[in-house]
Design a protein around this ligand. Structure first.
Ligand SMILES: NC(=O)c1ccc[n+]([C@@H]2O[C@H](COP(=O)([O-])OP(=O)(O)OC[C@H]3O[C@@H](n4cnc5c(N)ncnc54)[C@H](O)[C@@H]3O)[C@@H](O)[C@H]2O)c1
Ligand SMILES: [Zn+2]
Ligand SMILES: [Zn+2]
Length: 332
């Protein structure tokens, strides 16, 4: 991406293994809403020019000298984050929220190239297809949120937003054994949410959110509410609808300030939590789930295109944002 709205295929210098990092042949890259935002110049963390790509399927070219699991020819996915080891988050063992994090394709060049170099500790080998490997990172965000919300099989969990991120929350919540309710305004998204593990869905375009949640929870409200939309009204609805002494987990980035009735935080004695990116354990859990074959992979992918078509697809997506959710780009 040379500048907002301009993506081209270009030649770059082939990376050379330097002894510390492993050389990977990139196979497929998933593009999500954040890549679309970058292309449109709407992501303040992106500077140009920038190679996108943080949802990665790759094959190890030269194996690791020290780890048998990372041999030549092994397929892996990649954690696209970095951590500094010195900030408050890192010192508390929560490097997923590192203050100095640089995500592939955002603050540094990403993986939508033929070869990349990655440190061994960022690699996750898995017996999955390339599409599944690309889905690991977007799904980990939901697993992190479920871990932040301390979700158990006793809980009823309501999830606002059944897009790329919300689907991961729904899959993680049902994987944890919780009764899971998907909420969206788009019937097609709700249909995929049911396949991903939502036992119940609510379309707030056509149904009363409060009445339906009441029916499903003996009038008490959900034990945990997750916000994966990023709008003021869903941020507010989360604290309004959650049960007394419940937990609210915010994943969406609201693009404007949100005004609250803060009395509810106190009166309900709520845990209000943020959830960001994902930990190594979340990567391992998503891989276990995908290896179990319970996630509707085909429904979560809207198009698979060769790399030559990636600039055209980004343009088409930008002109009509509702037309795709996830695009996968075949590299080699
Ligand atoms: N915390 C993190 O680590 C993290 C990581 C990635 C993305 N995000 C954020 O998560 C949010 C969701 O990202 P995404 O990629 O899933 O977006 P998306 O556009 O794919 O999904 C959003 C979904 O919300 C639905 N929606 C819109 N208005 C709604 C409403 N009023 N009520 C219910 N549903 C509604 C849409 O129909 C869509 O299905 C964004 O704010 C994004 O910035 C956070
Ligand atoms: Zn993504
Ligand atoms: Zn840090």
């Amino acid at each position: 991406m040379n500048k907002p709205g301009e993506a081209v295929l270009a030649s770059v210098v082939e990376p050379r293994p330097d002894g510390e990092k492993l050389l990977l042949k990139v196979r497929m890259i998933g593009l999500c809403g954040s890549d679309l935002n970058s292309f449109r110049g709407k992501n303040p963390m992106v500077t140009f020019p920038r190679i996108p790509g943080h949802e990665v399927a790759a094959t190890i070219v030269d194996g690791s000298q020290t780890s048998a699991a990372l041999g030549a020819g092994v397929n892996v996915t990649v954690s696209p984050y970095t951590s500094c080891g010195r900030c408050a988050s890192c010192l508390r063992g929560r490097s997923n929220a590192c203050q100095c994090n640089e995500t592939l394709g955002v603050q540094r060049d990403g993986a939508l190239t033929e070869y990349i170099l990655m440190p061994a500790e960022k690699l996750y080998p898995a017996d999955l297809t390339f599409q599944e490997l690309c889905l690991v990172e977007p799904l980990t965000v939901g697993f992190r949120a479920v871990s932040r919300g301390r979700v158990t099989r006793q809980d009823t969990v309501a999830v606002f937003g059944c897009g790329g991120v919300g689907l991961g929350v729904i899959a993680a919540s049902s994987f944890a054994g919780a009764r899971t309710i998907g909420i969206d305004i788009d019937e097609a998204k709700l249909a995929v949410a049911r396949k991903a593990g939502a036992g119940f869905t609510i379309n707030t375009r056509t149904e009363s959110l409060h009445d339906r949640l009441g029916q499903l929870t003996h009038g008490r409200g959900p034990d945990v509410v997750m916000e994966a939309v990023g709008l003021p009204q869903t941020f507010r609805a989360a604290v309004e609808e959650v049960a007394f002494t419940g937990r609210v987990v915010y994943i969406g980035y609201a693009k404007e300030p949100v005004a609250y009735e803060t009395r509810l935080f106190v009166q309900k004695e709520l845990d209000v939590l943020g959830s960001r990116n994902a930990t190594p354990e979340d990567f391992r859990q998503v891989i276990r789930m995908l290896e179990g074959g319970v996630f509707p992979v085909a429904d979560a992918v809207s198009a698979v295109v060769p790399i030559e078509d990636a600039p055209r697809l980004l343009q088409a997506w930008s002109e009509n944002p509702g037309s795709y959710t996830k695009i996968m780009v075949r590299v080699n």
